[in-house]
Design a protein around this ligand. Structure first.
Ligand SMILES: CC(C)(COP(=O)(O)OP(=O)(O)OC[C@H]1O[C@@H](n2cnc3c(N)ncnc32)[C@H](O)[C@@H]1OP(=O)(O)O)[C@@H](O)C(=O)NCCC(=O)NCCS
Length: 163
């Protein structure tokens, strides 16, 4: 297993999107879409604190959080990454797109890159994701990526695993 942190933060370029490190220039865009441990940040200050928490987990070897950029315009469109238990050989994938970039295939492209990195660079044995059973868009995304539903959890949540 090759766990974070890495000497150089991994940037991954695909055909439609690139996964790259989040910068301070992204913080204002992140206000709309920042959730961590089920808590939403609502101000630049809260997003900055949340980013610091995510960075600490990264330094501790447990997470990797990418900004997603449109390959042709370099515009920030959302985030994705692994947020838990990387040191156990498992990765919980999470993702969110700015609303104006949904329905255009950005996240399918980004998640394919993150999955490839998780399996082949980190060396994960299992990749999973949790969402609300009512989150139709997330469920469609996960099924499109060959995840299968493996458990119904409390609080209307469902767990999916990459098959
Ligand atoms: C979950 C979420 C990321 C899904 O976003 P999305 O835009 O549906 O996913 P993609 O970017 O992969 O786009 C796929 C859609 O674009 C369409 N599309 C249009 N052009 C496309 C292209 N060139 N390539 C692929 N898909 C394309 C697809 O048909 C699909 O639409 P459909 O679901 O109606 O069939 C988004 O709803 C979101 O940010 N939700 C809030 C956070 C969240 O719930 N996260 C999930 C945690 S597990």
């Amino acid at each position: 297993m090759k766990l974070p942190p890495y000497s150089v933060f991994p940037t991954i370029a695909g055909d439609k999107v690139s996964l790259r490190q989040i910068t301070t220039a992204d913080i204002k865009d992140l206000v709309e879409i920042s959730f961590y441990d089920a808590v939403q940040a609502t101000t630049v200050q809260e997003v900055t604190e949340m980013q610091a928490k995510i960075n600490k987990n990264h330094v501790d070897g447990n997470s990797i959080h990418w900004g997603i950029a449109d390959k042709s315009t370099n515009k920030f469109v959302g985030t994705c990454g692994y947020y838990r238990e990387l040191n156990k050989g498992e990765g919980e994938l999470g993702c969110v797109l700015l609303p104006q970039f949904r329905g255009q295939g950005y996240m399918t492209s980004a998640m394919l890159l993150a999955i490839e990195f998780g399996l082949n660079t980190i060396g994960l044995n299992r990749i999973w994701a949790i969402t609300s059973r009512h989150n139709t868009e997330a469920i469609k995304l996960l099924e499109r990526l060959s995840f299968i539903r493996v458990a119904d959890l409390d609080g209307n949540e469902v767990e999916f695993e990459l098959s």
